[in-house]
Structure formats: C-alpha cells, structure tokens
Design a protein around this ligand. Structure first.
Ligand code: NAP
Length: 485
C-alpha cells in the first residue's frame, strides 16, 4: 500500500493475483483497480479473469476432490485449525485490509475477523462429527444405513459487505465436509479473500482444493452455473442476482444455498426496557454503516413507548459520527459507492416528503460518508420500509396492538432477520413465533454467530450457514441397503 494509512505489517498479504490449481496467476487484460471508499485512492489491483479461467479452476477443483475427500476428517480438521490460527495471527493485517477496501471502522473490521475466523475454528472441530445412521430394517436379513458424503466441487460467490466472513462461512464447512471450492469474492472487495486464500496455502490446503478468482461476475458465474462438475453453489448477495443464479442452476440441478437480501423489522413493545431498546436499535440499524443484510430496516414502536424511545434514540444517533474507518472517533465509515449514498438519500427524501420528522443527522457528510440519520413518524408504505436501504438511515413507525405490529413486520416479501424488544414472556413467545423470518433477535441487535444457523425464508433465500446445519449443506445422504444377511 502506498501510504502508512492502513499499511500491512506483512505486505505479502496484499495480493494482485488469483489462485488456480495452486498457482498464483494474473489475467490477460487490464487489471481491476480496488479503491478505498474513504480516500478514493487505489489500494491494489486484481486480475480480470473470465469464463476460461473459471473452467480451469473447476477442473482443478475436480482433480483435487478425491484426494481431499479421501483424507480423514481429523486431518482436514487440522488444516482448518491451522488456517484459523493463521487468521488470528494476522488479525490486524486482515482487519486493515477490510477497512481499506470496504470502509468499515477498524473496530468493526477486527470484529469481522473474529467472526470470520470463528467459522474456521468451528468447522475444524465439526469435520469430525459427520455421522451416519443405522435404520431398523423392516425386512429380516437386511441392514439399512444412511451415510453422509461430500457433495463434490462447490462454488462460493460472496458480496462486499463482509469480505472475510462471507467467504469463511462457505469455505470452512465446504472443506470440512471434504468438498473442494471455486471462490469468487465481490469486485469491490476482493483483497481480503485473496489474503485468506494465501493463508490457506500456508495452512496446508493442497493445490486445487481452494481456488480464488476475481473478474467478470457474469463470465465466472456463468461458467459455474453451466458446469455439471460443480455440484453446489453457495451465493450470498442480492435477491435479484440470487434469482438469476437459481434459474441458471436449474439445468445442472445443483444444490443451492442462497443468502439473499433482507428487510428486517424491529418491533419495540410498550413494556420494553428503554435502554435495551435503544441499544438494540442502534446496533441492528447502524452496524457496518447499515450495510448489512440483517440491518433493522424498519423500526416499529408501540404507541405507549413511542415518544420516550424517540427522545432516547435521537440522543444516541446524534452522538454517532461518520468518518474515516481508521479514526477511532468514527462510529461508522463511508458507504461502498456513490450509488449507495444516492439510495440512502432517496429513501430519506421520500420519508420526509411523506410527513417524516428529521430527528438526527440528515445526509451527505462528504465523499461517501452519510451522517447517521433518524426520521420519525414514517408511514408504513414509505420506501425505506419497503426496500432494503443498506445505509445509516433509521425510520421509525408507530403501531397500536401486537397484531398490528406483527402484520406490519410480516408485510414484506423478505424474511431474513427480525428483532423485537419486550419483557412479557407471552408477548415474546407470540411475536417470535409469528414473525415470518429465519432469525429473530430478542432484546438484542447482535445475533450472528458461527455456532448458530443463519439464513432466511421467503425471498431472503434457501439454506443455512453456520452451526451443524451449515455443514449439512455440503453433504449428500447416501442410503445403503444390504440384503442377504
Ligand atoms: P450482488 O450485486 O448480488 O453481488 C454479490 C456477488 O455476486 C458479487 O460477488 C458479485 O460480483 C456477484 N455477481 C453479480 N452478478 C453475478 C452474476 N450474473 N453471476 C454470478 N455472480 C454475480 O450483491 P452485493 O451488492 O455485493 O451485496 C449486497 C446484497 O447482499 C444485499 O442485498 C444484502 O442484503 C445481501 N447480503 C445477504 C447476506 C445474507 O447472508 N443473507 C449477507 C450479506 C449480504 P461483482 O462484485 O463482480 O458484481
């Protein structure tokens, strides 16, 4: 990196090549510049690879598969454990890379490294817990078994908002199961994934077991979806691209995990603890500058606590600062690009035009920064309540009864995360069961963990990542019927 700002203690982790079949290679055309969203400075370049490179990577992963799948689970687990140790050793450099290419604060980037490394640690152990079943035979003289085996070559396509964790969440369980992987990180933030692949090599991941490609999304993605060698695609990103990939994978009947967009509601009930509600809203809305698929996009507050909540939440939001991710005084960093700033501005304008009251922040803070912003008295049909804002704009809507709150919360095609703050156990039970979402945070805005199943329902996708459920996504069940015994 050209300046001291965010310089790496181990410069070799800033890579400008991709990994295919154990070789680090460049592309033929002009490389892609990776820019720091805070300074606009180019911090590195990555190859512009296409379909042919993707097919080479798929072939390499297919060649590597029998050897990797044939190793003992303990052996694969040891490689993952060493990889985890290396990520922890290089935590500071990885966090700096994340802050530089993504813009999030260094504190959040360090948190992401811990979270991302956690998947490698968890699946290092989980590799040894892939069990089969013996089924009581309905016919004498027979033995029925169900075994689990790795699905084969897998592809992992990830977004820019968590450049390390979205990749470890896929690669960890895939390799633990015995699969091999072709990875493609987002073009805006590819450097962290390349560094992660470099550490994998050091940990002893054999050639071809992990391949990491940057470049044309359509070219690489198209090769992956068309290939009958690739038996599974795990994609995290927008619902729009997820739908397209779902269709593209139909012809080869791949297994799919689709972790797509969200539109998470936060319901705050009259009996909620005020401090907990404010903290939940602050974390669920503003973490990662609001650029999280599980960000609370709509905050519904019951009438009895509405004014008290707004006063306390406004004070909290007014105290937040947008700035350079490397400045410890910054609470949130810049957004990823100009289109992201424009989208947040559009949602704010629409909310204010619809009668909303601006209680904190307001807008553009220079460059790609956007002040943490709070608008009250938003109408349920406001744009910010219907579409994923993906930015630091909180809109608050009031509701009356529990049923009205639930109806508003579920009035969306999406169903990734939802949050609620209340103290009455009956309210918690009724609402958490009634919410149409894959995950529910109760009196907390921080729900992600390598140990828990992450994923959505409705248009938020298919499958689960994290926990033992995340490993199942990379395993096929094979039934053995042994007769004549
Ligand atoms: P995106 O535009 O869908 O891109 C995601 C990934 O897909 C990137 O690597 C992108 O490559 C690639 N891609 C784009 N077009 C493709 C194609 N035709 N074939 C194959 N790959 C293609 O999403 P994003 O803007 O990066 O991420 C934000 C979205 O992700 C939000 O909707 C957010 O909610 C969602 N998200 C969901 C989760 C979850 O777990 N549910 C987690 C994080 C984010 P390029 O970068 O090269 O275009």
């Amino acid at each position: 990196m050209s300046t001291q700002r965010g310089a790496l203690s181990e410069p070799d982790l800033l890579l400008s090549q991709c990994l295919i079949d154990g070789e680090w290679i460049g592309g033929e055309g002009a490389p892609i510049a990776v820019d720091d969203p805070f300074t606009g400075e180019t911090i590195g370049t990555v190859p512009r690879l296409d379909k042919d490179h993707a097919n080479r990577a798929i072939d390499a992963a297919a060649r590597a598969f029998p050897g990797w799948a044939g190793r003992t689970a303990q052996d694969r687990g040891r490689v993952l454990r060493k990889w985890y140790d290396l990520i922890v050793t290089h935590k500071e450099d990885l966090a700096r890379l994340i802050t530089r290419e993504n813009g999030k604060t260094l504190a959040e980037a360090r948190g992401e490294v811990d979270y991302g490394a956690g998947f490698m640690e968890f699946y290092a152990d989980e590799a040894t817990r892939v069990m089969g079943e013996t089924i009581p035979a309905p016919v004498p003289g027979r033995r029925l078994l169900a075994e689990r085996e790795p699905v084969g070559v897998c592809a992992a396509i990830t977004p820019w908002n968590f450049p390390l964790a979205m990749m470890t969440r896929k690669v960890g369980p895939a390799l633990a199961a015995g699969c091999t992987v072709v990875g493609k990180p987002a073009t805006a933030t590819p450097l962290t994934a390349l560094a992660f692949a470099r550490l994998g090599e050091e940990a002893g991941v054999p050639r071809g077991v992990l391949n990491m490609l940057t470049g044309s999304a359509a070219g690489i993605g198209g090769a992956i979806t068309a290939s009958s060698t690739v038996r599974k695609l795990s994609f995290t990103g927008s619902t729009e691209i997820g739908e397209q990939l779902y269709r593209e994978c139909a012809g080869t009947m791949k297994r799919l995990s689709l972790e797509l967009g969200g539109n998470a509601p936060l319901l705050i009930f009259d009996d909620a603890d005020l401090a907990t509600a404010v903290e939940t809203a602050a974390v669920a809305k503003f973490r990662n500058s609001g650029q999280s698929c599980i960000a609370a996009n709509r905050i519904y507050v019951q009438q009895g606590i509405y004014d008290r909540f707004l006063a306390a939440f406004a004070a909290r939001v007014q105290g937040m600062k947008a700035g350079d991710g490397f400045d410890p005084a910054s609470d949130i960093g810049p957004l990823i690009d100009r289109a992201a700033v424009d989208k947040v501005s559009e949602h704010r304008d629409a909310a204010l035009a619809g009668g909303g009251r601006l209680l904190a922040g307001g807008g553009d803070a220079g460059g790609l920064l956007f002040h943490p912003t709070l608008v009250a008295d938003v109408t349920p049909d406001a744009q910010l309540a219907c579409e994923e804002t993906f930015g630091p704009l909180a809109g608050v809507i009031s509701f009356g009864t529990l049923e009205q709150g639930l109806q508003l919360a579920n009035d969306t095609p999406f169903g990734l995360a939802a949050y609620m703050c209340a103290q009455d156990p009956a309210t918690i039970a009724r609402v958490s069961r009634g919410l149409e979402s894959g995950m529910v945070g109760i009196n907390t805005g921080l729900i992600s963990s390598p140990h828990a199943p992450f994923g959505g329902v409705k248009m938020s996708g298919l499958g689960r990542e994290g926990s033992h459920h995340g490993l199942e996504e990379y395993l096929n069940i094979k039934y053995l019927c042994h007769a004549g015994l």
